[in-house]
Design a protein around this ligand. Structure first.
Ligand code: NAP
Ligand code: NAG
Ligand code: NAG
Length: 266
């Protein structure tokens, strides 16, 4: 009997209850709230935002609604055609939207570096960085830098991207007096990882690779990184907050490698 209570308490405590029921949390919003509702009345004009993976799924909705609120949105995507389509679909709904597309393949260190160069060449401020792009449960594969693909895309690429953009973000926060934001899209899946959490010695080891645990590992790295960076920025007195979020369970292309989840779509 006690374990039922304990289990129930756990569901409430971890927010799964709110997630499934759509009940509103302390913020006044719940999992049933839309991005438009959450940002209603917010004037984001004057803010510049980078959304990685902004050409589809959650990233596209994020880019769309931020643009709707007046932000200058940079869609960072590896597939430029999809990104141009995304940009046009946003413009169709909102003629005045300010959206740009820049090439970024997070699975490539070289590509992350050239993205940052192109972005800096635009000479824009940077207020918000949304580390959203991700892959899930893909078969074992090494990036061109020899790193396992989920870890390379979900964590290493974003790690480097954030590092390279941090000066720009600190500068923007300082001269504008507006708090900067870094958001990492993590997942509840961070709790489902290898026995030792992050297997530092085996990240690129095909023999011990398990697609789901490797995803959890990369998502755990997202959270740990957000926590540590947040701590350091606070210590430095930089006016930038760092958060990681679990966005809920949404049927997007992310499920392309998961037969079980895909079958729920039909
Ligand atoms: N959907 C959920 O239920 C859920 C739950 C928990 C966490 N999340 C997290 O939420 C984030 C967004 O997921 P989503 O559901 O919106 O998935 P999605 O629809 O598959 O979108 C992911 C985006 O990331 C891009 N991407 C993948 N690899 C990339 C790379 N190497 N370089 C640049 N872009 C790359 C994809 O581009 P391509 O189309 O070119 O591949 C796509 O635009 C992910 O970080 C995911 O882990 C989602
Ligand atoms: C998440 O958070 C920190 C701080 O934003 C960043 O440096 C790191 O690269 C991000 N981690 C990811 C996406 O793995
Ligand atoms: C930090 O950001 C907040 C919110 O934008 C702002 O009110 C505050 O004045 C900023 N602080 C500094 C020291 O710039």
């Amino acid at each position: 009997m006690l374990w039922i209570l304990k289990y129930f308490f756990e569901i409430v405590r971890t927010g799964i209850f709110l997630l499934v029921t759509g009940c509103r949390g302390p913020s006044g919003f719940g999992s049933a709230s839309t991005a438009e509702e959450v940002t209603e009345g917010i004037d984001a004009s004057g803010l510049t935002v980078i959304v990685t993976g902004g050409a589809s799924g959650l990233g596209l909705e994020t880019a769309r609604v931020l643009a709707l609120r007046g932000a200058h949105v940079i869609i960072a995507a590896r597939n430029l055609r999809a990104a141009e389509d995304a940009k046009n679909s946003i413009l169709e709904q909102c003629r005045t939207a300010n959206v740009d597309v820049l090439k970024l393949d997070l699975c490539s260190i070289q590509s992350v570096r050239s993205f940052v160069e192109s972005f800096k060449a635009l000479d824009l401020p940077l207020n918000i960085l949304i580390n959203n792009a991700g892959v899930m449960f893909c078969p074992f594969q090494l990036s061109e830098d020899g790193i396992e693909a989920q870890f390379a895309t979900n964590h290493i690429g974003h790690f480097l991207l954030t590092e390279l953009l941090l000066d720009k973000m600190k500068y923007t926060a300082r001269v504008t007096g507006i708090e900067g934001r870094i958001v990492n899209l993590s997942s509840l899946a961070h709790a489902h990882t290898y026995k030792n959490g992050i297997e530092f010695d085996k990240i690129n080891d095909q023999r011990s690779y398990e697609d789901k645990k490797a995803y959890g590992q990369s998502k755990l790295a997202n959270i740990l990184h957000a926590n540590e960076l947040s701590r350091r920025l606070k210590e430095e007195g930089a006016n930038i907050t760092v958060n990681s979020v679990h966005p809920g369970l949404i049927m997007t292309d992310l499920m392309r490698h998961s037969v079980t989840l895909m079958s729920k779509l039909n």
